[in-house]
Design a protein around this ligand. Structure first.
Ligand SMILES: Cc1cc2nc3c(=O)[nH]c(=O)nc-3n(C[C@H](O)[C@H](O)[C@H](O)COP(=O)(O)O)c2cc1C
Length: 178
């Protein structure tokens, strides 16, 4: 029988960035379940410094997509999770950002756990992070954009056609044993 550990490893391994979606409604309960994965991410001193704006509205997507060259992904995703660092919850900038990274990875895994759904993390939008704050009328002093998670129903036809080789460095390449 396959061990539990191998099963989880296969789950983590089989997550991949999805950039092609077909239109299909995602129910609020599903979005809440994905957020629940994020909620249980570790963070320094358990400060949970995240803030998420959930964008489903087409008009808001249209405004948001202007701020990244990956706008077409934002537009075609059913829902976009706009993740900010809340500096009022900050205690150490490096650790805050590490916590946000854990939060966002948990969100990706939460999406992967939903049958038929896929996601991609968009970081390129950080080039225009101040503009994104303006769009949501968010105080620049308090909130700093960390990335966007675009979520939608996987377009299997395109994904199968565009199967890129997904590579990872071998373990020996990045570890030293003592
Ligand atoms: C911090 C960060 C920023 C990223 N920014 C982008 C992005 O702007 N556009 C994009 O298409 N993918 C982006 N990605 C996805 C990566 O390209 C992807 O995770 C990587 O190539 C590995 O592929 P995989 O997710 O399929 O395993 C980002 C991922 C991370 C963690």
């Amino acid at each position: 029988m396959e061990s539990e550990s191998k099963k989880y490893l296969e789950f983590v391994r089989s997550r991949k960035s999805i950039r092609n979606f077909i239109f299909s409604k995602i129910y609020k309960d599903t979005i809440l379940e994905i957020l629940e994965f994020g909620r249980w991410a570790p963070s320094g001193a358990n400060n949970q410094p995240w803030r998420v704006h959930i964008v489903i509205n087409e008009k808001v997507k249209t405004m948001l997509k202007e701020h990244t060259k990956y706008g077409s992904i934002i537009e075609s995703a059913y829902v976009n999770l706009i993740v900010f660092l809340d500096k009022e919850k900050s205690y150490d900038r490096v650790k805050d950002i590490q916590g946000i990274g854990a939060f966002m990875q948990n969100l990706l895994l939460g999406v992967h756990a939903q049958p038929g759904l896929g996601a991609v993390w968009i970081g390129e939008i950080l080039n225009q992070k101040e503009r994104v704050n303006e769009l949501f009328k968010l105080d620049l002093e308090r909130y700093e954009l960390m990335g966007v998670i675009c979520i939608g129903e996987v377009d299997k036809a395109i994904e199968q056609r565009s199967q890129k080789a997904r590579e990872r460095r071998p373990i020996d390449d990045f570890v030293e044993w003592y």
